[in-house]
Design a protein around this ligand. Structure first.
Ligand code: PEP
Length: 244
């Protein structure tokens, strides 16, 4: 099974999302070997989930609060994501860590909350350019993955996203990806006891239909987390086909 996840970030108004779904579904061929996911901004979760449900495309949140409800102005809970039609949630995206101060500590609680509300956490990990240049990539990945020692076993997907490859047009080299994925896999094996079977490890960072086939040839790569290219319905449908 391979996985292709669209992260729409803070893009699209209602009309644009409707046009996207129409164009995407016209071109999309479901395959038993590919799971396609769209993570829209909050206000589009329900309409996107409604239009994609019958075609087995899953919908994820882009972030969620650990508490089920309460006085947290501007936040959305895992319960609310689930209520809106999500079956999973992206957690620890580098933009959340960088711009919103999301800490590993907060992520422990968020992963637990996602599990409690039957949302599949897609945990993002990855080093900055500075950390890579300092030779600290594996140390950073180790710290980010080690939060799972405190969440208890949970079904999970992981995305390795080198921060310097996100939205930059730069893509990690095959050797760098293989090393990072193998390291993450070995840490997961130790931490998770593989209670829920093998954890898919996706790659993310400037994926396009031109670069995705080469990435999919890497045995450690279970699919892609896609930002920019996922805003174009035909490109996203192509990526899903390539993974099939
Ligand atoms: C992302 O935001 O997770 C991402 C990988 O973005 P992009 O594909 O635009 O690099």
């Amino acid at each position: 099974m391979r996985f292709v996840v669209a992260n729409w970030k803070m893009h699209f108004l209602s009309d644009q999302a409707r046009d996207f779904c129409e164009a995407f579904l016209a071109d999309y061929v479901p395959s038993p070997s590919v799971t396609a996911v769209i993570a829209p901004p909050f206000h589009l979760i329900r309409p996107v989930a409604d239009s994609l449900r019958s075609r087995q495309v899953r919908v994820f949140g882009q972030n969620g609060h650990a508490e089920p409800n309460g006085a947290y102005t501007g936040e959305i809970s895992m319960a609310q994501l689930q209520d809106a039609g999500c079956s999973g949630v992206i957690l620890g995206h580098s933009e959340r860590r960088q711009f919103f101060g999301e800490t590993d500590e907060a992520l422990v609680a968020k992963v637990k909350a996602a599990r409690d509300w039957n949302l599949l956490p897609l945990l993002c990990v990855g080093e900055t350019l500075e950390e890579r240049q300092q030779g600290r990539t594996l140390e950073i990945l180790d710290r980010q993955i080690s939060i799972l020692a405190r969440t208890g076993p949970t079904p999970l997907w992981v995305a390795y996203e080198p921060v310097w490859a996100i939205g930059t047009g730069l893509r990690a080299e095959v050797g760098q990806i293989r090393q990072a994925h193998a390291f993450i896999k070995s840490r997961l094996t130790t931490l998770m006891n593989q209670n829920f079977g093998p954890v898919p490890i996706l790659y993310g960072g400037s994926i396009t239909p031109e670069t995705f086939p080469e990435l999919l040839d890497i045995p450690e790569v279970a699919g892609g987390l896609v930002g920019g290219a996922s805003l174009d319905p035909l490109k996203f449908a192509t990526l899903v086909k390539q993974a099939g």
